[in-house]
Write a protein that binds this ligand. Sequence first.
Ligand SMILES: [Zn+2]
Length: 414
Amino acid sequence: MKICVYRGTNEIGGNCIEISTNKTRILLDIGTPLSSMNEKNPLETYKNSCCGVYKEDTPTIDAIFISHTHRDHYGLLPIINAKIPVYMSKITHDILTKIEPLLPDDFDVSNLDIHEIDSKQTIKIKDLKITAFAVDHIPGAMAYEITDGKKRIVYTGDFRFHSNQKWKSWALADLANNPDYLIMEGTRLSRTEDIEKYNTENSVYRAITKLLLNSHNIAFASFSSQNLDRLVSFIKASIASNRTLVIDPYTAALMDVFNNVFPTVPTVDMLPNIKIYFGTSESIATKMKKNGLFYKHKNKKITKEEILANPHNFILKHNKKLTDWLLKKGVDNYDFVYSMWHGYLDSQNTWDEYKEHITEIHTSGHADVANLQKFVKRIKPKTIIPVHTECKNDFKEKFNINTLVLNDNEPMKL
Ligand SMILES: [Zn+2]
């Protein structure tokens, strides 16, 4: 087998890894670089140098396997050749086809040949066999094992070991034990600011609850709706603190998608302390109205006037328009829980006006170094290949194992 990493050997994001034999070419992920998130360039700007995969190419890639629904792993899908089959978990499929198209940038993969793959299911692509393994990162995140019958390669995707789903990442070490090559993410070799007081999702939940119980103010919260673990932490904390959690129709639709795959995840209708504020962004509202999703839970409606009447009873998912209206109406004491990666707080000036009120409560989506070391000891690879990292040259020392350090676009025989 051969490997070529088109992007991701020296950066966090933009993952795209080709594994090939003389007969077969597959890609693991096809993401956009993280920097693209703050820019408004056309997708074509971020194409990597892989050939035979884009719309205008004659397709020579036999299949693409997507690890999870973060754009730095799948962002280029809308510009690939639609003849190439794409494999992903059911939840990833549902989010890419039902939720992502609601966002303002008109993301559209409806023309693609998408196939769902379950954890522990094996797919044969010519002379390669690819097996998926669920991991702890976000719902539906998969690692993949690839073999040509002689050698085995394991690709972790993004993963961690500190939510309620951590057993999945440890199971990967046992189910795909002793591979010849382990292509492993190393986000937190450099993002050391994530090594903070909240080491687990449970500690995040407890901290939010404590803040809400000790506060007599209205609380705003900024978190990613697609981060199911975090959403559940806010739901639980609002119940524990006897507050009503106000979300948007988009988050309610996401809960329906999650519930469809994981029935233990509640929908808004199952939770008496959740309300929906319908004054969401116009472009999301228009799209959701078109497909009948917008007012699906209209019985949960709350108005801004109702919130203003008793502000301290609420925790609101931050919506700039609503937050600013309430502040203008005289709600001057407030708490603001910022529950996303610290890097956005520094790089995006949208947070500046709330800064004095912000409490950061967050835990990373990525494994810390200590857990990566434990994982490597347990899965016992012969060689590690670093990706999704700014510290590829530190892997050898950190993991004390044979390490193959690649450059982007550098093919290597395995
Ligand atoms: Zn990710």
